[in-house]
Design a protein around this ligand. Structure first.
Ligand code: AG3
Length: 273
């Protein structure tokens, strides 16, 4: 069989994955959802023709978006995840023993259902009793919350379709208000190579609201350009002054050295900020 899935990463860049099987396909009220099995990266969750995560490279992204804010906060107990219906961030958050309550807010319950059925290694945390799953629009959900969370992680799709409102000043201001006085926000911030305007806009918008704002990078092989940005906005704790002692988590990418080095930005990113 020689069948390929191709994602158009930009008008002049494509990612092609050789397919073993198409496991599931559904049109949800929000997007087209497909789960494919690929030779290179195992099963992949594809939303509106864009690869969101794959079994074999999900750990790069999920570990980086989660453990950087979770280790910057000295005692994260209440965590809110917006997006992330596949459960990868939930699984990583649950590795932290301080955590008492995790709320996952994803607009599309079909993502949660499909991930539970077809991506068990990613979605394993979704059935943990301390995880509360709310299928609603994160933009509305966040408006109701004040002074409540220690860490908020925004694991969104690209800023098109239902996710557009997760990238603007009002939304980031609402996250600020939903966090406790020492809370931390982290958001996925796209490719600094293919979508540099978006990456820079996210950083600058968050910097206008949060007293301490840092960009950091990680590698995600299936995302455009490979190098991926994350923005961390903090009310009090400075990640550059935080060191991890006695690291015991089981991880495949993140470790105390990566925690220190991920904030060191390549020059082409530094000059854009
Ligand atoms: N969220 C970020 C996906 C961005 C991918 N963009 C792209 N491939 N064009 C991923 C959700 C994983 N939990």
């Amino acid at each position: 069989m020689n069948i390929w899935f191709t994602e158009e990463q930009s008008s002049s860049l494509r990612l092609s994955l050789k397919i073993k099987d198409v496991l599931y396909s559904v049109k949800t009220p929000y997007q087209n959802l497909v789960v494919i099995d690929t030779e290179q990266y195992g099963r992949a969750l594809v939303l509106d023709d864009i690869v969101q995560t794959t079994e074999k490279d999900e750990f790069f992204y999920h570990e980086m978006i989660t453990h950087v804010p979770m280790f910057t906060h000295p005692n994260p107990q209440r965590v809110l995840i917006i997006g992330g219906g596949d459960g990868g961030v939930v699984r990583e958050v649950l590795k932290h023993r301080s955590v008492q309550q995790v709320t996952l807010v994803d607009i599309d319950e079909e993502v949660i259902k499909a991930s539970k059925l077809f991506l068990p290694t990613i979605s394993s945390g979704l059935s943990n009793p301390i995880v509360d799953i709310v299928c609603t629009d994160g933009i509305k959900f966040i408006k109701e919350k004040k002074d409540f969370y220690d860490v908020i992680i925004v694991d969104s799709t690209d800023p098109i379709g239902p996710a557009v409102g997760l990238f603007n000043k009002d939304f980031y201001t609402n996250t600020f208000e939903a966090l406790k006085k020492d809370g931390i926000l982290t958001v996925q911030s796209e490719s600094p190579i293919i979508n540099k305007n978006i990456t820079v806009d996210i950083f600058k918008t968050i910097k206008d609201i949060y007293p301490l704002t840092y960009m950091y990078t990680g590698i995600v092989p299936t995302y455009q350009g490979g190098l991926w940005c994350f923005t961390l906005g903090s009310k009090l704790y400075n990640p550059l002054k935080t060191s991890i002692n006695d690291f015991k988590l089981e991880t495949k990418y993140f470790n105390p050295d990566i925690f220190k080095s991920c904030f060191a930005l390549p020059s082409f990113i530094k000059i854009m900020l």
